[in-house]
Design a protein around this ligand. Structure first.
Ligand SMILES: [Zn+2]
Length: 227
């Protein structure tokens, strides 16, 4: 009896081994396979909007972001937050980040320490009143920075966030030009500067759907800054 079972047992072992390989190898491959999509998913950009909130552009932009299920960071001035508090609350909806762009859009390289503190803290208070949190990011107006601005910002607990891609939408070069400048220069990790305040931003609003649609088609994800 023992010898009669010897052969089938050996076959059984081989089948077990084969079955194990058939299960483990595809599982291992399946485990590796998601690495490619994960790498593609690692492509990301930061969309940022400065100088708002303002009417009607901020609400138009928030609506477009929601349509494309995209999040952005709004660097708002305290004065505009105070003028349009409901727009700041609207900007926050959908997971967008609202951060500090000073109280009155001052060039921070040209102000006293007293004024610097006021510009940052007054904007903090205005934003906190609408969002419930104190911004940790500071975008100095005009991108004007020097070593003193960096050290003063740090002493107030702020991280300075500038940008890496500026399509100069504020100069109103045309919707197609804004779209092209973004899409031709974007790369992984880009911080894209756009504006929802400070003037007529209808070209920026009009450019946004094509920008979002194309970046999504290229596999970009959209991150927000909280610093
Ligand atoms: Zn600005």
């Amino acid at each position: 009896m023992f010898r009669q079972h010897a052969l089938p047992r050996r076959y059984a072992f081989r089948w077990l081994l084969a079955a194990t390989i058939m299960i483990i190898v595809p599982a291992a491959v399946a485990g590796v396979a998601p690495a490619v999509p994960a790498e593609a998913a690692a492509r990301y950009v930061y969309l940022t909007f400065d100088d708002g909130p303002s009417t009607p552009y901020t609400s138009q932009i928030v609506s477009i972001l929601a349509t494309y299920q995209v999040r952005a960071t709004f660097f708002e001035t305290g004065a505009n937050v105070t003028a349009h508090p409901s727009l700041t609350r609207l900007a926050r909806r959908g997971g967008n980040s609202v951060q500090n762009h000073t109280w009155g859009h001052k060039n921070l390289t040209k102000v006293t320490w007293q004024s610097f503190k006021y510009q940052v803290r007054a904007a903090d208070s205005a934003i906190r009143a609408q969002t419930g949190y104190t911004p940790r990011c500071l975008r100095p107006p005009f991108g004007a920075v020097n070593s003193k601005v960096y050290s003063r910002a740090a002493s107030l607990g702020k991280t300075i966030v500038l940008w890496t891609l500026d399509p100069r939408d504020w100069s109103r070069p045309g919707t197609a030009t804004i779209t092209r400048r973004v899409l031709n220069n974007v790369k992984n990790g880009s911080i894209i500067l756009l504006h929802d305040g400070g003037g007529n931003r209808s070209q920026t609003v009009a450019a946004l759907p094509a920008i979002l649609k194309t970046l999504k088609a290229r596999g970009y994800r959209f991150r927000t800054r909280w610093c």
